[in-house]
Design a protein around this ligand. Structure first.
Ligand code: ATP
Length: 362
């Protein structure tokens, strides 16, 4: 199976006066898994339906392997789709459900049987083919829907929140399985999700959308380390980054938090902007160097604890600490960090610099 190279060029979609997708351009390489990530209503599903051919773009083009597909009917686009509601036919067995797209294509019966068995075995539901959807678990239904999408050996797989009906544990297992299968088959995949953990775990690259506009298209690592603006910075990472509005001064940052920088550090610019720092990039110690603070709240997250701290200089910050450390509300502590932990954004929320405060005079 060979995946398409998929290109979206300046893709826009209007419904009446509302433009829900605004000039989206991105490319998925053959075999790549690209996640479309963003909050509800940002245009993820609309993008998928445009690629599927179920919606027509208001502007822009879609190309598979360099060829425009806008004139092609959905069934002629060579895609497999799995949506949130798996929409298996309840009166058919899993075998009949999975075979359905091949029967439509009038594939010979013997070949259908072989191909259905092969893909079902690959997905671990080979023994359940005689059952109806109501007679198997949610996870098994989800795999049957995936098998039905893959049995045609399409050039592109479209997944719209395919895991959201599963409970948390099966969900984790299912995402590993889908990713493994997708890598094995080398099938280009667009995955719609609002769950940043799912996007980061599964995707080669993630397109972060907000209100129909692409914010950043990058690898999970780059999104996490170098978010291009405060929206991405806040959306990627759990617990979310601490982000404050205020002013950078030669001494540090003053605003929603007062954050003096150590002697010898300079912010990359002076004036209005945002300061960001991830809870996991802060170290909380009892004494020594660091910003003086007091513990306000401790939330146990199992392996780790999330502290809400009140900084002595002003403002609050959340910090992730090892679960076993006995911090309690009221304790006086020090907050430490390395220069690379700080993210700087201008007054429009756009990233400035590499997050390293250069030494004074540098
Ligand atoms: P969700 O995660 O909630 O599904 P989404 O990011 O997938 O969100 P879309 O379904 O793409 O969002 O919708 C984007 C916007 O377009 C929303 O404001 C939605 O109300 C609107 N919209 C979607 N389909 C239509 C339609 N057929 N007619 C009018 N407006 C629509």
């Amino acid at each position: 199976m060979k995946g398409f190279r998929v290109e979206l060029q300046e893709l826009s979609k209007r419904f009446g006066v509302m433009e829900v997708l605004k000039g989206l351009s991105l490319e998925a390489r053959p075999g790549e898994l690209v996640a479309l990530l963003g909050p509800s209503g940002c245009g993820k599903t609309t993008t998928l339906l445009l690629v599927a051919g179920l919606y027509r773009p208001s502007r822009g083009r879609i190309l598979f392997d360099g060829r425009p597909v806008d004139h092609l009917h959905p069934k002629d686009r060579d895609i497999g789709m799995v949506f949130q509601s798996y929409a298996l036919y309840p009166h058919m067995t899993l075998e009949e459900n999975i075979a359905f797209p091949l029967r439509l294509k009038r594939v010979p019966l013997r070949e259908i049987k072989e191909r259905v068995k092969r893909i079902a075995d690959l997905l671990g539901i080979g023994d359940l083919l005689g059952r109806r959807p109501a007679e198997v678990s949610g996870g098994q239904q989800q795999r049957a829907a995936l098998a039905r999408a893959l049995v045609k050996e399409p050039g592109l797989l479209l997944l719209d929140e395919p895991l959201s009906n599963l409970d948390a544990r099966i969900r984790l297992q299912a995402r590993t399985e889908i990713r493994r299968l997708q890598l094995d088959l080398g099938i280009t995949t667009l995955l719609v999700t609002h769950d940043q953990g799912e996007a980061l775990a599964m995707a080669d690259r993630v397109a972060v959308l907000a209100e129909g506009v692409l914010q950043q298209y990058d690898t999970p690592e780059t999104l996490y380390r170098r978010p291009t603006n405060t929206f991405v910075a806040h959306f990627i990472g759990d617990p979310p980054m601490n982000i404050y509005r205020g002013r950078f001064t030669p001494r540090g940052f003053e605003g929603e938090v007062v954050w003096p920088f150590p002697e010898g550090w300079n912010p990359p610019f002076l004036g209005e902007g945002f300061l960001g720092v991830r809870p996991e990039d802060l170290q909380v110690v009892w004494e020594g160097e660091g910003l003086p603070a007091r513990v306000l709240l401790k939330e146990a997250l199992g392996r780790e604890g999330l502290l809400t701290l009140v900084l002595e200089a002003g403002g609050q910050v959340k910090a992730l600490v090892p679960g076993g450390v006995p911090f309690h509300p009221g304790d006086g502590v020090k907050v430490r960090y390395v220069p690379e932990a700080l993210h700087f954004f201008d007054s429009e929320g756009r990233r400035v610099g590499d997050g390293v405060a250069p030494a004074r005079g540098a």
